[in-house]
Design a protein around this ligand. Structure first.
Ligand SMILES: [Zn+2]
Length: 365
């Protein structure tokens, strides 16, 4: 029997090949008259070409970095004010979407970005519309209220309803040019979202259903998408899996594996997906129980052991770093401490203190 739960999903999702080409009519439907596009350098020329054809695109901030900086948020928000925009469209991986979210949330405020960043000032009541357009199949940021932004070496994950997009445009064609290694990193991030939403202490029945389907799709399509990026069926299935992965953790939040990903990214510079993948098979074994076994069966696997082995094999296939020796000199004390005190660790179904984390990492020596 299902327990009590609250399920929220306020994002209008437009899914399908070629959907991004309908941005104009989607903006019209949402009542958007003037938007700023935030994207990385790779997409910037295309964004500028779009701007020439559609007068509703009033400016482009095309300098979003891999770990998005607060300075990029400030510049995007400045463009919004200068051109009196009523929406920000984030096109890219999590970085561009997170930049768009933050800029839209503060553009109408009278405070400094850093004050909102540090929680010294509440976000303004008036906000711009956020339209999220993922180009990788991984972060799920298009359906969550999370924005991860760095200020210098400080990296903050801010969870706030002000960051919830009004619409997500998930167009698998946009992911067709993503290189193999990024396809693997982001695909394993999507898998981590589904598994962590499922085993989070706050898991709930609707999210569980989506997690099972996301795991099934990743297991059936990630290797193909990695080996043959032009296989649109695999790309479309991964885009859908990533969306479901995002929806699986949006309410329950992630757990131990994501908690460990932050120190691994900050101190050892692993990209987010690779950092999550680093401990994912370990956490599958640590969190293995009847429920996880059931998920594996429903996702077409023989059990948790096969799931863990296949994750390890995918990492190996793409040459992802998966042992401590791949990270250079490791400060074990600090790594275990930082993982243990991360807020998301409280969501892990198995209690993980510094000693338990040390035992886990020692197996990865
Ligand atoms: Zn993630």
């Amino acid at each position: 029997m299902a327990h009590d739960f609250i399920y929220t999903q306020p994002v209008k999702i437009f899914f399908g090949e070629g959907k991004f080409g309908q941005l104009g009519s989607i903006m019209e439907e949402l009542g958007v008259q003037r938007c700023v596009i935030a994207c990385g350098r790779h997409f910037a020329p295309e964004a500028r070409a779009m701007q020439e054809k559609d007068s509703r695109i009033v400016a482009v901030f095309g300098e979003v970095e891999q770990n998005p900086q607060l300075s990029g948020v400030v510049e995007t928000a400045r463009l919004c004010r200068e051109f009196n925009a009523d929406a920000v469209v984030g096109v890219g991986g999590g970085s561009s979407i997170d930049t768009a979210k933050f800029a839209a949330a503060i553009a109408k405020g009278d405070g400094e970005a850093i004050e909102y960043y540090h929680g010294e000032k509440p976000f303004p009541a008036e906000r711009l519309t956020i339209i999220a357009v993922p180009t990788t199949a991984g972060t799920g940021s298009e359906v969550t209220q999370v924005s991860v932004v760095s200020h210098g070496s400080e990296k903050r994950t801010i969870n706030n309803p002000v960051f919830m997009p009004k619409a997500a445009i998930v167009d698998p064609i946009l992911s067709s040019t993503v290189p193999p290694r990024t396809t693997m990193n982001t695909g394993l991030d999507a898998l981590a979202h589904a598994l962590e939403g499922y085993w989070s202490k706050n898991h709930q029945p609707i999210s569980d259903l989506m997690a099972v389907e996301a795991v099934r799709l990743v297991m059936q399509n990630l290797e193909t998408a990695y080996r043959d990026g032009s296989n649109m069926e695999a790309r479309a299935n991964m885009a859908y899996a990533s969306l479901l992965g995002g929806l699986s953790f949006a309410n329950p939040k992630t757990a131990g594996c994501h908690a460990c990903s932050y120190p691994l990214s900050e101190d050892y510079h692993l990209p987010h997906g690779e950092a999550c993948a680093f401990t994912l098979d370990s956490f599958v074994r640590i969190n293995a129980d009847e429920r996880l076994e059931e998920l594996c069966h429903r996702a077409g696997l023989t059990g948790t052991e096969e799931l863990a082995e296949r994750i390890a094999a995918l990492k190996k296939l793409a040459g992802l770093r998966s042992r401590l020796s791949d990270l250079g000199e490791v400060n074990m004390e600090k790594l275990c401490h930082d993982c243990a005190v991360h807020g998301l660790m409280n969501n892990n179904p198995v209690h993980m203190d510094e000693a338990a984390l040390r035992a886990m990492f020692e197996k990865l020596a």
